[in-house]
Structure formats: structure tokens, C-alpha cells
Design a protein around this ligand. Sequence first.
Ligand code: ADP
Length: 417
Amino acid sequence: MKALIKAQAAVSMAIMSSITTAGVARGFNFVNHFLPGISRSRGFQQVPLQLRGGASPNNRSFSSLLSLERASAAVTMDKTHDDREANEIEEAARTCLPLHKSLAITGSIPPPRSFGGISYLDTSSLDEKHSHRVIFVLGGPGAGKGTQSERIVDIYKCVHLSVGELLRSGADKEGYEHADLVKECLVKGKIVPVEVSLGLLRIAMDEKANEALADGEGYGSRIFLVDGFPRNFDNVNGWMKHMPSYTAVLGALVYNCPMEVLEKRILSRAETSGRSDDNLESARKRFNTFRKETQPVVRALERVEQLQSDEFGGSQLKVVNIDATGTVEDVWKATESAMNSFVTNDVLTANALLLKKEGHENMNAFKNVHVDINNGVNAVVTCDREIDGVVKKERRALQHGPTGWRCVGVERHRSKE
Ligand code: ADP
């Protein structure tokens, strides 16, 4: 913990670091003060209220009273504790807001636009700025981040970068300066200092982008799935300090799964993975770290989304919570729907550029827009379009090629009514 606190102190955002270090040191649990409907995992029912064995009836009621008193004190403490954490999440969320562009978690994405009733992000500026599109993939150990990411990469134009894998290969790399530190963190289930994981991530992202360029692809033609980051507020601070000038964070896929299910999955993965941390002890530590340190970050990101919506009428950051307890196929359905909504930004951006090129500046002429994404790389944008006072149904087909989304066909016919 001391090493982590030291690493956090190195991050220049001193105010933010001191807040979050305190949060991490106290080992916060998952609370939700902002989104009704998401259950809390802590509450006063955890306070022991049982009677002591062998007590006389009088003693028993006295003991019971004492316990009640203790319980109510604990409830008050709990509330203060929760309030304090809520304040910290709120503070963290506001620090991530795009008020000061250089510190914003979302990077250089402009506020959302609307096209025929659909809110989307105009991603056209990202290619010029050489900004990588990023989606964070979060969840406890064994939640299915790797499994779902692999499937996303098969279907969508995405690159999967697992921070855990980058670290594991870093730990074994001869001559790598942080190998021992990384090895120790992995075995003990601790979070690696942010400079170390971001350093490896930056190299990997640049390598992949350069590979794509060498293959004749556009700089921003792929979305990076950053698996296992940010794990705590220190990671968020590190990201905001080092990454916004060349990344645009579209949002996060969060895989939620209880520990009993995760344990079974980790044990079965251990049979073939050869991973030093695929054992129950490491898995439990990693799960606790996720619960205490990563879940408050998820809450803060959700809060950023809400604050952005309040400010812009739509958010730049989109946090998608996915129930990961079902079968791979069930989880995939939710993943696919989330990915389609991320990809819709690029589809509608390409569509708007095309309309502009064709000289159609009046976006009010488009109503009832609907976007269907098929197999990750085919899209159909349908809408009602008014031309010279006549409403026509328009259908544009787009495809995700090497340089991004391109229109491959247009159909238009007179609306029936
Ligand atoms: P993570 O990357 O989140 O640590 P993995 O994707 O490696 O998790 O999944 C952990 C193990 O659980 C793997 O052996 C994987 O095959 C299995 N698994 C993943 N998702 C599911 C699921 N929805 N149902 C059952 N097993 C799963």
C-alpha cells in the first residue's frame, strides 16, 4: 500500500491523489448514491445483532440493547462513511468532466450531436488528431472480459489490449526494468503503479496503430478495447495526466459477476492457463481489489456520464453494465448491443460527412433515424427525409472498410402516408 501511495504522490494532480489515496486506504466498498436501481453491497444488516449465549433474560435484553446501541452507532458511522465515499466519487467525477480539456477522461471528443432524434458523437476530428478510440473493459477476475473481447475483435474492427497480459509478459521479459515489481504485484493481487501499466499500454497502442498504417488502414479505423484498466482512482488520474492528448475514451463495458461464479471459472481456467495468479487465493484478493477499488471508479464514470448528459443533453462517455453470470452467448448478446451503440457514433459521423459532401446541410430534414449494425462491419441507416416538401424513406448502407465507414448504397422511395 505504501508503494502505491508513493506512486500516487508522483501523479501531479495532488488534490485528487490525496482524496483517492484516502479512499483506497480505507478500503471502500461498492456504494451507489447516484443511480437508483443498482443495489448496495454494504448496509447495516452486516452489523452483528445476535444475543450472547447463556445470558439471563435480563442480561439478554441488556445485551440486546447494547448490541442495538452499537448497531445504531455503526449505522451512523456507515452513513458517514458512505457519504464520504459519495463525496469522493462526486469529486472524482467532476475532475473527469471535460471542463478543462487537457484533464478530461474523455479526451478530445466534442459534445454529442443529434441526427433525426439520435444523439451521437462526431468522431471525425479523431483521425486528424491521431486520437485512439478507447473502450475500457472492466470486471472481476474471470468475469469474461477476455472471452467477450476476443469475440468483439472477431466481429468488429477492434484491437484487444489486456493490461493484465501486457503486465504478465512484461514480468517475464528479460531486461525489463520493472519486471520484479510487476511480478510481485501479480502474485499478491496488488495493483501495479499506473506509470508502469500506462507505459506498456502506450507502446502497445502505438505499435498496433503503426501496424494498421503500414497495412494501408486509416489511423482511427479501429477501436482499442483496454481490458483491466482503470483499476482504481490512481489509474484514472494517471490516464488523465498522460493519455487524453492522444486518446478518446468512448466509455466502458463493465462485466458484473458474483464471486461464487468467478471462483468456479478461475478454477477451470487454471487447468489450462498456466497463469501464476489462477488460484483461489489470488482470485479472491483480485476480486476484493476490484470491489473496493475498481467499483468506486465505475460509479465515478457513471456519474461523469450523468453530469455530461445534464450539461450537453447527451454524454460523451457511456458506461454499460453487463450481467456476466449467464452463458457466454447470453453475455455476448448484451456485449453486442453495447458495441453497436459505440459503433453507431462512427456510422453517423460517416453518414453526416457524406450528406455534407452531397450538399445537404439542413439536418432538420431528417426524422425518425434508425441505425442497424450487422456483424460489426455492416450498417443500415434508415430515416424519413423531406425533399421539396415531400417526405421520402431513405436507406443508406455503409460498410466498415480499411479506412473507416463508407457508404455502399442508397435507396429512396416515397413515404406511403
Ligand atoms: P477475465 O478475462 O475476465 O479474467 P476470462 O474471459 O478469461 O475472464 O474467463 C475466465 C474463464 O471463464 C475462462 O476459462 C472462460 O472460458 C470462462 N468463461 C468466460 N465467460 C463465461 C461465461 N459467461 N460462462 C461460463 N464460463 C465463462
